[in-house]
Design a protein around this ligand. Structure first.
Ligand code: PTJ
Length: 246
């Protein structure tokens, strides 16, 4: 589809196009289109921009990732279609492993997501083996024993609530990107970034670059002062303000 750059909804339409291409290539699940539509609706409500609340979460997420011993970036079909190149860059900037982890079970799609990440510059991409994490029934319970299984921090864009909860019970810290501040994953996560993944990941990479030569005291302070519940309330207030303005 050719969208003129002058179109007022150019960015949103191009993002939609990437998801549609993801389905055509066999990277994104057909259900991913529905999830994307839900995301679009929330993006509209937050004004299609990174809110102040999301910026606080991104700062805390950058700090947590820089202090992590064993960070892992979990990649599903939607994240791969929208920000493959950026997730590879993020993994390099914090020496994090990339691991494919999908809800709608398909070995073929796992392989395609891996190949897509490699095409976008990844040196190594883990895929799930027979190792399982506890407290989870869905396909997402299968993990790589060198990746999520051992991770202290897991970055999980566009997550379902069950796994966030399970990862937390498995004593991991979880950073989610989810446009819906009311979702179970947003509420359960250690840090929730209520923003579109296409804006949040580049900003996270920028913030990590800025914090790169950190004194760890500064990063620890940012994390200590971060309150996920408070930030999610702020995100909802921003939605309210936008609705009143409109
Ligand atoms: O590839 P798979 O099989 O792992 O499937 C991936 C999806 C996303 C289909 C799967 O995890 C799923 O069904 O997710 P949910 O439970 O629908 O949740 C997706 C959440 O992501 C929703 O709360 C959406 O609002 C949110 N979302 C959708 N698009 C974006 C988004 N958040 C940030 N950026 C987006 N572009």
């Amino acid at each position: 589809m050719k969208v003129p750059k002058s179109h007022p909804r150019y960015a949103s339409l191009m993002t939609r196009e990437k998801i549609a291409k993801g389905v055509e290539k066999g990277i994104t699940s057909i259900h991913g289109l529905i999830a994307h539509g839900r995301g679009e609706a929330f993006d509209y409500l937050i004004g299609e921009k990174t809110t102040e609340a999301a910026k606080k979460s991104i700062n805390a997420a950058a700090s947590l990732l820089l202090l992590a011993k064993n960070p892992v970036i979990s990649v599903n079909g939607n994240a791969a279609a929208l920000v493959a190149k950026e997730l590879v860059e993020l993994s390099k900037s914090i020496s994090a492993k990339l691991e494919v982890n999908i809800f709608h079970s398909s070995k073929q799609r796992e392989r395609k997501i891996k190949a897509h990440l490699v095409k976008n510059g990844a040196k190594e991409v883990l895929i799930p083996g027979n190792t399982k994490i506890k407290y989870l029934e869905s396909n997402r319970k299968y993990v790589n024993k060198h990746g999520i299984y051992k991770a202290d921090i897991v970055f999980v864009p566009l997550e379902d609530g069950d796994r966030t909860e399970a990862l937390i019970k498995n004593r991991k810290k979880v950073i989610v990107v989810d446009l819906n501040p009311m979702s179970r994953s947003a509420k359960r996560a250690t840090i929730s970034i209520a923003d579109n993944i296409v804006r949040a990941v580049p900003l996270l990479i920028e913030t990590i670059k800025q914090y790169k030569k950190p004194n760890s005291k500064k990063l620890e302070k940012i994390i200590k002062n971060y309150d996920n519940k408070k930030v999610l309330k702020e995100a909802l207030r921003e939605i309210n303000r936008n609705l009143i303005k409109k």
